[in-house]
Ligand binder design. Structure first.
Ligand SMILES: [Ca+2]
Ligand SMILES: [Ca+2]
Ligand SMILES: [Ca+2]
Length: 174
């Protein structure tokens, strides 16, 4: 029996509590961080602290991804290079970096899901204005926000089931 995630969240509507994907073309990480805080007390950019939460969050991204589309989450190493933290204070333990990331290439202190055709979504450290720095390579599709609210058990059971499928897909690719 797997332990429940420490602070599970629910998938509510855009104005309810939970965990949400918010489309926002080419927004910066700091812009997304500010927008998340404006949703209300307790809202932050999302922390991804388990494989099940990773799968659940990816299921929320409704924008059809193009190669190198990025979606912001709440990780940063801006305070101390190489020491990653979540803006909501969750422990930074689970990770889902692409192979070779984080590379701090040219100074990269902000965390995003990066969609790479043939590899799907994983994490990359990128600049605050990654589209501005790489305008012909990278687009930003939006950001994930989260507030600390219990999630219905059914949502996590579904995420766990999807995780099994994703695990098989990953093994086939490597
Ligand atoms: Ca979280
Ligand atoms: Ca960095
Ligand atoms: Ca990077």
């Amino acid at each position: 029996m797997q332990a429940a995630p420490r602070r599970p969240r629910c998938n509510g509507s855009a104005t309810a509590t939970g965990i949400e994907y918010i489309p926002a073309t080419n927004i910066t990480w700091s812009g997304a961080d500010t927008a998340a805080g404006l949703l209300g007390a307790g809202w932050d950019l999302a922390s991804i602290t388990s494989a099940a939460e990773n799968v659940f969050v990816l299921s929320l991204i409704t924008t059809t991804p193009t190669d190198r589309m990025h979606v912001w989450i709440g990780g940063t190493d801006s305070a101390a290079e190489g020491t990653w933290t979540w803006t909501n204070g969750d422990p930074f333990s689970y990770t889902n970096w692409f192979s070779g990331e984080p590379n701090n290439s040219g100074d990269e202190d902000y965390l995003a899901y990066d969609y790479r055709v043939g590899l799907s979504w994983a994490w990359n450290d990128v600049p605050n204005d990654v589209h501005g720095v790489h305008p012909s390579l990278v687009t930003v599709g939006g950001y994930i926000v989260e507030s600390p609210v219990p999630v219905p058990a059914a949502a996590w059971l579904l995420a766990s089931a999807l995780l099994g499928v994703a695990g098989m897909a990953r093994r086939r690719k490597t």
